[in-house]
Design a protein around this ligand. Structure first.
Ligand SMILES: [Zn+2]
Length: 54
């Protein structure tokens, strides 16, 4: 299964989750660090240059 990268909007940390595409669409992703559900999925296809919005 593909690995997806997420950015937590609460603590500002990035983390990875391995999940199916269906899971990604339906499942609630929680931040590994603080448990917040306010996370932004980062596209792995453009992982090389990620522009952060602060
Ligand atoms: Zn967090």
């Amino acid at each position: 299964m593909p690995t997806y990268e997420f950015l937590c909007n609460k603590c500002g940390k990035e983390f990875f989750r391995i999940m199916s595409m269906k899971e990604r669409e339906t499942a609630k992703v929680k931040c590994e660090h603080c448990g917040a559900e306010d996370v932004t999925p980062l596209l792995s296809t453009v992982i090389t240059k990620t522009s952060r919005k602060s």
